[in-house]
Design a protein around this ligand. Structure first.
Ligand SMILES: [Fe+2]
Ligand SMILES: [Fe+2]
Length: 254
């Protein structure tokens, strides 16, 4: 979550979607019309103190996991999902990887087995990092803008790469499903092998860490599938219906 006054509005919203709140209070629709402008240039043009603005963004609290997401703007939930990604990327995944890197094992069979588990894990990790980057670079910014369109009548949705709903239907949640398959496969390998210490100890710790990660990943994937995506579909329908020729745009949305 590192950003500065020299970052563009797009970069700041990617890192901290909750900043929508403060930035719209300060600049209104301008932040959607000038996504590539830096925060400092927008602040200068409006004679706003950029360090005050950054400090206000930094003070926005993180939402607790039991937040009633259905009754908050969608950007609240996206901010929470981005915080999850950050924890996966910067803490949980490197920790699991470091458990599986062990130089002192006998080369065969224990060292060989642990190396295979590490390779399997790294394969998943690369796919999952790509999946999170795609959500943060493409999907989430598009959703934030669509939601803003209902607050600002004059703003149009981004049409690049089509509708979010169509994208969601074509992009199934493969990495999450793949991860579950990977845990089952690692478990089977462990069950079928007789590992000596310290490999047995490494395997046990890795299995516990993977279990915890899988639980958190499932909660995350369910929030996306069961809460975010249905709301996005509804939002998009509302947006495009109101855009139909001859129909007025409405502003009301939560
Ligand atoms: Fe995600
Ligand atoms: Fe996802």
């Amino acid at each position: 979550m590192i950003y500065s006054s020299n970052n563009s509005i797009r970069q700041i919203l990617r890192a901290r979607p909750m900043a929508v709140q403060i930035l719209e209070e300060e600049f209104g629709q301008l932040i959607w019309d000038h996504q590539e402008s830096t925060l400092v240039s927008l602040c200068t043009s409006r004679v706003i103190d950029v360090s005050d603005c950054l400090a206000r963004i930094a003070k926005i609290p993180q939402s607790p996991p039991d937040t009633d997401w259905d009754n908050k703007p969608i950007y609240w939930l996206i901010d929470h999902l981005v915080r999850n990604h950050e924890a996966f990327r910067e803490k949980e995944m490197p920790e699991i990887q470091s458990l599986l890197v062990e130089e002192r094992l006998p080369a065969y069979p224990d060292g060989y087995i642990v190396k295979l588990l590490l390779q399997e894990y790294q394969h998943f990790q690369a796919d999952f990092l790509k999946h999170m980057a795609e959500e943060e670079d493409f999907l989430f910014p598009k959703i934030l803008r669509n939601e803003a369109c209902l607050r600002y009548n004059a703003l149009g949705p981004e049409t690049h790469r089509g509708s979010v709903t169509v994208y969601l239907k074509s992009e199934a949640h493969q990495p999450e499903a793949e991860f579950k398959r990977m845990i089952i496969s690692i478990r089977e390998k462990l069950r079928n092998q007789h590992l000596d210490r310290p490999a047995a100890e490494i395997a046990r710790k890795a299995e516990t860490a993977l279990d915890g990660f899988a639980d958190r990943l499932l909660i995350h994937a369910e929030l996306e599938t069961n809460v975010l995506f249905p709301r996005v579909e509804l939002l998009e329908r509302k947006l495009y219906e109101n855009h139909a020729p001859g129909r007025p745009r409405h502003t009301a949305d939560k």
